[in-house]
Design a binder for this molecule. Structure first.
Ligand code: FES
Length: 103
């Protein structure tokens, strides 16, 4: 759920953009982060942990951990809590990290 009319900040979401997560189309708004846009659309699993392969999602929300890593427009390990959405952005969860798992 997007907060389109915040009681304190008012209407700040007036420029809709379309993003793609796992090939599916989602609605977001300019200046939203990728992570907040996905959570507003009901996506909570952003990837899996490297060793235990357990679900990862938003944790610190301020760019200090690696829980929100995803692949954005072909770039791996993007901290999506800090990356703002752009029109047509192509996002994939961080489901594997082959170089690490081979160790
Ligand atoms: S949730 Fe910690 S860096 Fe994004």
């Amino acid at each position: 759920m997007h907060i389109e009319n915040h009681p304190v900040f008012g209407k700040q979401m007036h420029e809709p953009v379309t993003i793609y997560f796992n090939g599916n189309e989602y609605k977001a708004y300019k200046n939203q982060t990728v992570a907040s846009a996905l959570i507003a659309n009901g996506v909570k699993k952003f990837g899996v942990s490297r060793k235990l392969v357990q679900s990862r999602g938003l944790f610190c929300s301020r760019g200090r951990c690696c829980s929100c890593y995803m692949t954005v427009n072909g770039e791996h390990h993007v901290r999506t809590c800090m990356k703002k959405v752009e029109e047509g952005m192509d996002i994939y969860p961080n489901l594997e990290d082959p170089e690490v798992r081979r160790d």
